[in-house]
Design a protein around this ligand. Structure first.
Ligand code: GLU
Length: 416
């Protein structure tokens, strides 16, 4: 399909092909699993505050639903396109299967720069988007969540728009909501907390410790900022963080509390809380753990050779290209692949959905303990698979996820 042919989609398919080949996947499943099950492209006319009508393009792609309803975030970013959303949906399928969640994968997005809209425009855009994708979503069908550029407020508007259409409150239609309408304790920090839990396991496996480890984090949005805070609480030295405009560095360790307290509209490199560095310099810092927590394809054949971390913990989706993977393997860098490292978000989304369906809510300790159980056992299984089958951690994670999905397809059989 020509519209899918973008760099991010090619990366997701190339990873899939490599895993499918290594595991000898049934050829009858391969073509289907490379493509989304369903894709919807919507036009969103939005009344701007000055009275003009601007038309945005939105997407919702369901990659697979053989193991349950499809699940995945909604991204608001100017570069969003069908290929990227389809790639992210495919990664969600493998991510949910690897963690053992009863979900398939999906993703949505709108090509928009959300910070350039007023809150009222953002609300109108979100409500129109929710109304246009209404036929596809629902607590038993497909459950959106936050991703890059979206947050709990946007989920609240989506939940309200859906609920208005059916005539009663349906909290389970989205996750990552505010607590007052059925959100879960611990959901906002969940991806970051998950990154910390798996990184901690890897450090232990390598006989290293988080206490005193040096950490560089690319991206200071939801994933990067919570990762920084929780790692800092565990005694790690956060030597660098960055946002789109650049970053901050301090060999002694940055004052994360002060960084989190500053006015969020101020670019990081203007905060004077460290020395200014570029995003490219951040990736090349000598550190124990490097966490890419921004966008995809950041670590490529051009810069992989310059990485000087011991562990690469992928908070973002798709941050590393296949060529870069080979270089990192030669350098002996331990890669914690995205579908494992950042799965804490969707794991706690699953807890939120279960709580919404049961109308029975859990304590913060329950959430943390259950997240820890699921993510650390997914890591142990992946490590075991990787050692036993002599494949990289990325291939081990993909092959385990794909295998779960393949079994579901084969056991359900082909309709009609
Ligand atoms: N957007 C997050 C991810 O990429 C979370 C998705 C969800 O909670 O459904 O995994």
């Amino acid at each position: 399909m020509q519209e899918l042919d973008t760099p991010t989609f090619r990366l997701a398919v190339a990873q899939f092909d490599q895993a499918a080949e290594a595991m000898g996947l049934d050829p009858n499943l391969r073509e289907r699993l490379k493509l989304p099950q369903r894709s919807l492209v919507v036009s969103l006319p939005v009344r701007m505050d000055d009275g003009r009508v601007e038309v945005f393009t939105g997407y919702r792609v369901q990659h697979d639903s053989s193991r349950g309803p499809s699940k995945g975030g909604v991204r608001y970013h100017p570069d969003v396109n069908l290929g990227e959303v389809a790639a992210l949906a495919m990664w969600m399928t493998w991510k949910c299967a690897l963690a053992g969640l009863p979900y398939g994968g999906a993703k949505g997005g709108v090509a928009v720069a959300p910070k350039q809209l007023s809150p009222a425009e953002l609300q109108r855009l979100t409500r129109r988007y929710a109304a246009e994708i209404f036929p596809l979503i629902g607590p038993d069908k497909d459950i959106p969540a936050p991703d890059v550029g979206t947050d709990a407020q946007i989920m609240a508007w989506m939940m309200d728009t859906y609920s208005q259409q059916v005539g009663y409150a349906v909290p389970g239609v989205v996750t990552g909501k505010p607590l007052s309408i059925g959100g879960s304790l611990g959901r906002e920090e969940a991806t970051g907390r998950g990154v910390v839990y798996v990184t901690h396991e890897v450090l232990r496996h390598l006989k290293l410790s988080l206490d005193g480890a040096s950490v560089a984090i690319q991206g200071f949005g939801n994933v990067g900022s919570h990762t920084a805070r929780i790692m800092h609480e565990h005694g790690a030295r956060i030597i660098a963080v960055s946002d789109v405009n650049g970053g901050l560095y301090s060999n002694k360790g940055l004052d994360i509390t002060a960084l989190l307290r500053r006015d969020p509209s101020q670019p990081l490199h203007e905060s004077k809380l460290g020395d200014a560095i570029t995003n490219e310099e951040l990736l090349q810092l000598d550190c124990t753990v490097l966490v890419p927590a921004a966008l995809s394809e950041q670590i490529t054949a051009n810069n992989a050779n310059s990485l000087r971390c011991r562990i690469l913990s992928e908070g973002a989706n798709g941050p590393t290209t296949l060529e870069a993977d080979r270089i990192l393997a030669d350098k002996g860098i331990f890669v914690i692949p995205d579908i494992l490292a950042n799965s804490g978000g969707v794991i706690v989304s699953y807890f939120e959905w279960v709580q919404d369906l049961q109308r029975f809510f859990w304590s913060a300790t329950d959430i943390q303990d259950r997240l820890h159980d699921i993510i650390t056992s997914a890591f142990q299984r992946t490590l075991h698979f990787s050692t036993e089958r002599r494949v990289s951690m990325r291939m081990a994670a993909l092959m385990s996820g794909i295998d779960q999905v393949a079994q579901a397809h084969l056991q359900r059989g082909l309709y009609p």
